[in-house]
Write a protein that binds this ligand. Structure first.
Ligand SMILES: [Zn+2]
Length: 299
């Protein structure tokens, strides 16, 4: 679409302006040499100039308005035609929505999470220091664990959040039952490592908040089967398998909503352009009548 170019000033405007300013006919399209008429047209399109008379300015304004209305009409006729960009985009967005819908069905399927039972080995809670450099000690059977915050953190004056607990001692590998299938050993080790960190942080926070400590924790509290997918849940009952599935579902629903919005915007724009056609045509007739009264002819 080149209609916008009509509003751009030509580079050699200085020269043409000087020429046309000398001539300045009352009715520019009558009896003016073609190259001058063009120069006047260009100058008029460039906006009002201080040495234009009111009639020239009015003419220029009407011409600009006519070009803008012609553009509206062109867009409206395009929108009303059977093969138009809006309908094409709406169809593409519909296809994308179908794909997202298929992905949602797929993502909503509950795949069984990994599980292998762990023994209810009691966890003996040891010393918990919730001070500036917190530390949490506990034993799982004969396996002692110690978590503590980064000892440097208190010296970093700008630190606002508490630093995370870090496992200083304790063998997570030793907690993986011997009869665990080979392909589940690493996932279970990672799961127990994460869950013990969650428990250590929970114990520190309970101590900090003056809340009671859990009465009889055991290793089994770190691998209870998820009621939805049967996978391991952690100390707080969170199932990573379900959390991942739910995050994927949320992501797809956001995408679905975005596509739906975009599709209705396209539809609304097309409707607005079509509905605006009668008024645009009427405005064109009016502006052309005004231009004709000033001596302008069309086509
Ligand atoms: Zn689950």
């Amino acid at each position: 679409m080149t209609w916008r170019n009509l509003f751009r000033k030509p580079i050699n405007e200085q020269d043409t302006e000087a020429m046309s300013a000398e001539v300045k006919p009352a009715a520019p399209n009558r009896g003016v040499p073609a190259h001058l008429a063009q120069a006047i047209e260009k100058r008029s399109a460039g906006g009002p100039s201080p040495n234009q008379d009111p009639e020239q300015r009015k003419l220029a304004g009407l011409r600009r308005r006519r070009v803008a209305i012609l553009f509206d009409i062109e867009q409206g006729e395009l929108a009303a035609s059977p093969d138009n960009p809006w309908t094409q985009r709406i169809a593409l967005l519909g296809e994308a929505m179908t794909n997202v819908g298929d992905d949602l069905v797929e993502a909503s399927k509950v795949e069984p999470g990994p599980n292998h039972p762990v023994p209810a080995t009691p966890i003996a809670i040891g010393a918990i220091d919730s001070g500036d450099a917190a530390s949490v000690a506990f034993s799982i059977g004969a396996n002692p664990f110690l978590y503590s915050e980064d000892p440097d953190w208190a010296e970093r004056g700008h630190q606002i959040a508490r630093s995370e607990l870090v496992r200083r001692s304790g063998e997570v590998d030793a907690l993986v039952p011997d009869d665990t299938r080979e392909e589940l050993r690493e996932p279970l080790r990672a799961h127990l490592g994460d869950s013990l960190f969650v428990m250590a942080s929970d114990l520190r926070d309970r101590m900090l908040d003056g809340e009671p400590l859990p009465p009889s924790p055991s290793l089994a509290d770190h691998a209870a089967p998820c009621p939805v997918c049967g996978g391991w849940t952690d100390w707080r009952g969170t199932c990573q398998n379900c959390a991942r599935r739910n995050a994927r579902i949320m992501e797809l629903k956001r995408e679905e909503g975005r596509l739906l919005d975009e599709r209705s915007r396209e539809g609304e724009e097309r409707r607005r352009l079509i509905e605006g056609l009668p008024l645009a045509r009427k405005r064109l007739r009016d502006v052309e009548a005004d231009l004709a009264r000033l001596g302008e002819t069309f086509r």
